[in-house]
Ligand binder design. Structure first.
Ligand SMILES: [Fe+2]
Length: 379
């Protein structure tokens, strides 16, 4: 009998069990993977696991090389380009600029975190700064409450949203994680909603659930409405301030006018469906970057371009989906390697660190080689 050329994968998939009181239905731990040496059968399991679970976690990956991380990220889009958050990184005025540093030997991988780092992967004497909500939210938690209390910093999709297509997957490796007491995450929107989160947790919600819990009328609206993103959105929004939930911006006419932005090429402006189809399960995600949206285009062609109204509509649709019970705040341990379906979840930084608390993460994503699937597209 001829030998088979395919080997069976050793990888097993273990869905995350939410703690009591939580009802989120995504996330899985994958065990038995050698990420530097993946067989074809392993790759198939990982890709399917991502699209079925949205966030997949591999423990004890502290030895994963930047190259290995890049290769895992590319599994989901082998033709992807080297820009995830986009060329906006070069623009000093972009709100994304201060948070990212690139690894010299693997330019698709960035270092994020907090505190002074003498040497890491070819970078010398860098100073990392964990984003703090006080730099972005309109009103903030007072200094004396700040060590115990936090907010969702900014719910988002990793995407340039101008010219380039949203990355399919983002990978995060927790290299150094200071472990301290949990924090109390406050919504501060009058709802009384709160959530216990490990300090520095990355919080995820499923955009499939966000869609599923809408009324039938809102589902119909979401399936037939398109979202037009602002040109150079991260520069455009840079003076504007966030809602206390981190889910979109207040409207005080602070956004930069076109005359203050880099050259706008109309062909590069992104108009995307409000709902994106999962390529494996076929499910629809209500997937909107709430801060970058500028206009809505309705089924009958009507354009809603009143920014306040646009944001109110998007907020009303998205806010139920970030209820405390639906949020998975990841409790990072060193060596945790997470891949998330960037087209099916929203995520945000939380927490705050003291200036000298050192935390190091490696992040990788790449602009996609093709556009998102909309409600009309087949999985
Ligand atoms: Fe992100």
């Amino acid at each position: 009998m001829p030998h088979s050329t395919t080997t069976e994968s050793t990888i097993t998939v273990h869905p995350v069990t939410p703690p009591s009181g939580s009802t989120y239905n995504f996330g899985a731990e994958l065990r038995g993977a050698d990420l530097e040496n993946l067989a074809e059968s392993d790759k198939d399991i990982i890709i399917r696991a991502l699209y079925e679970n949205q966030v997949i976690l591999f423990k004890n990956q502290q030895n994963l090389s930047p190259r290995g991380q890049y290769e895992v990220t590319r599994l989901f889009d082998p033709l992807a380009q080297g820009y995830g958050h986009g060329k906006t990184l070069d623009a000093k005025r972009s709100i994304l600029h201060p948070d990212l540093k690139t690894i010299p030997t693997q330019s698709e991988v960035q270092v994020i975190g907090n505190g002074p780092v003498a040497s890491f992967e070819g970078l010398k004497d860098i100073k990392l700064k964990h984003p703090h909500h006080k730099t972005f939210h309109q009103d903030v938690i007072s200094d004396d409450e700040d060590r115990e209390n936090t907010r969702f910093y900014r719910w988002h999709i990793d995407a340039a949203l101008y010219d380039l297509d949203p990355p399919k997957a983002t990978t995060l490796l927790a290299v150094k994680v200071p472990k301290t007491e949990n924090m109390n995450l406050r919504y501060d929107d009058g709802s009384g909603d709160e959530l216990k989160v490990p300090r520095g947790s990355t919080a995820f919600v499923s955009s499939y659930t966000m869609y599923d819990i809408l009324s039938e009328e809102d589902k119909q609206f979401a399936r037939t409405t398109k979202v037009q993103y602002a040109p150079h959105p991260y520069i455009w929004m840079s003076p504007a301030k966030s809602r206390s939930t981190g889910l979109g911006l207040h409207t005080s006419d602070l956004e930069l006018p076109a005359s203050s932005l880099p050259l706008i090429e109309t062909s590069k402006i992104k108009t995307l469906p409000m709902c994106w189809r999962n390529p494996v399960t076929g499910k629809l995600a209500l997937q909107i970057h709430p801060s970058a949206v500028q206009k809505l285009i309705l089924a009958d062609g009507t354009v809603i371009d009143d920014l306040k109204e646009v944001r109110e509509i998007v907020y009303r649709l998205q806010r139920p989906g970030i209820a405390p019970s639906l949020v998975w705040p990841v409790d990072w341990e060193e060596g945790d390697f997470v891949v998330f379906n960037n087209r099916g979840v929203l995520h945000t930084v939380t927490g705050s660190f003291l200036e000298d608390e050192v935390r190091i993460f490696r992040q990788c994503n790449m602009a996609a080689s093709d556009g998102v699937l909309g409600p009309e597209d087949d999985a």
